[in-house]
Design a protein. Structure first.
Length: 417
């Protein structure tokens, strides 16, 4: 028997990750009457999977069975801590709204903030680790001042967004949801995803036409769904999708009508409907058939799949949550290459992976130095050519996954929960 803080051989870990991910996804969609017959190690793996996929709060309120004492304590603590973090996020959003009104700055509260406002989740069910905001480029500096007025400091300034953190933030993090973990703010001036090298930009479709100062909602429910689909598509492409993201699509999708879906899947700049929506929507329909009515979702699903490039469309039947997420232990060498729409695009993607642009390398270096799961990984600090050569001997384990696994193995309930 392995020591509690040590991982068994990788094949054992891979099998446990796949099994627990599949079962927990089933429990979120349709809770079973009986607990799974897992050993102590598999229950610990289930904790890591629950955290990686952001569904601890959902499981705490939905499971119909009782697991081991450590599992039950874990879920109870995660739900309580998630409620506290949600309350803090709501307070932060109120402060940002007040300051933005005073400064005359329109801000769009993105993704999780918008879902909170819609009341689709009970308190603590959905984790809120970040507050994402969209602002028009001409208001970016004033928005920066608004965020700083709430006590936040600029962390990483990249081409994708500006990331803000509370002052005095160190690297240490508690496992899963915990009030000691910071709530960060990300400020965007555009909403786009690289799939895998082709940029898809939907910025102009999200903000209301006449935006007053303060925190705003999306132009429509369809616009929110469009953003959720694109963001989740980016994570599927990079093999880091979370179950909670697919659940977001399912619970919001249950509220949409045909007009909303037309907005969500409207043609992009190439004139085709939202081809990138097919993988996340296919996964959401497969995982949550009870939430997404088959008749209502059939036309949107067919529209997205028909617009999907042939190679990517052929991959849809074989896609799975465990393969497209951190539940897949092995680091993917060319994640998302099947999203390429031509041979030159695939080659450009491979070259970009081997030799990223300078601004991307700088951002990656800053992220590795500031994110706890990455700082602890020796592989993440290797030169890119050494990383590429390491695949000759087999794909190395993913730093984020191993980080969560080790924390799950050593987890003890907090007395403050």
């Amino acid at each position: 028997m392995h020591k509690r803080d040590e991982l068994p051989p990788w094949p054992v870990v891979r099998r446990a990750l796949a099994q627990t991910t599949h079962r927990l996804a089933q429990e979120v969609a349709a809770p079973a009457a009986h607990a799974p017959a897992w050993n102590e190690f598999e229950w610990r793996i289930a904790m890591a999977v629950s955290v990686m996929h952001g569904v601890s709060g959902l499981l705490a309120g939905r499971l119909r069975w009782q697991g081991p004492a450590a599992w039950q304590a874990f879920l109870e603590e995660q739900l309580e801590q998630s409620r506290r973090r949600e309350a803090r996020a709501r307070g932060l959003l109120r402060a940002l709204d007040t300051e933005a009104r005073l400064a005359g700055v329109p801000l769009l509260g993105l993704k999780g903030s918008a879902l909170l406002a819609l009341g689709l989740y009970a308190p603590g069910e959905r984790p809120m680790s970040d507050v994402d905001l969209l602002v028009h480029p001409e208001h970016q500096d004033r928005a920066d001042a608004v965020i700083r007025s709430t006590g936040y400091l600029l962390g990483i300034d990249s081409s994708r967004h500006r990331a803000y953190e509370p002052p005095g933030l160190g690297l240490a993090r508690a496992f899963g949801e915990h009030e000691s973990n910071p709530t960060k703010i990300e400020l965007h001036v555009e909403i786009q995803e690289r799939l895998p090298v082709r940029q898809v930009d939907i910025t102009g479709e999200l903000m209301p036409l006449r935006s007053a100062a303060g925190l705003q909602g999306y132009a429509s429910a369809g616009a929110l769904m469009r953003h959720l689909l694109l963001h989740t598509a980016g994570n599927v492409c990079n093999r880091c999708v979370r179950l909670i993201q697919l659940h977001d699509i399912a619970v919001l999708g249950a509220e949409l009508d045909d007009a909303d879906w037309q907005v969500a899947l409207a043609p992009t700049t190439d004139g085709r409907p939202a081809w990138w929506a097919a993988p996340p929507l296919t996964l959401a329909v497969r995982l949550f058939p009870r939430q997404l009515d088959a008749q209502k979702i059939q036309r949107p699903l067919q529209t997205a799949q028909a617009a999907c490039p042939a190679a990517l469309r052929r991959s849809l039947p074989n896609r799975s949550l465990s393969a497209d997420s951190l539940s897949h232990l092995d680091t993917p060498m060319l994640p998302g290459i099947e999203w390429s729409q031509s041979a030159p695009e695939a080659l450009a993607f491979a070259w970009r992976r081997l030799r990223p642009p300078r601004d991307q390398r700088m951002t990656q270096r800053a992220v590795v130095q500031r994110e706890a799961p990455l700082v602890a990984s020796a592989w993440m600090h290797l030169p890119r050519w050494r990383k590429a050569l390491s695949f000759v001997l087999g794909a190395p384990p993913r730093a984020q996954t191993v980080y969560h696994l080790h924390h799950a193995l050593t987890y003890r309930p907090s007395s403050s929960a």
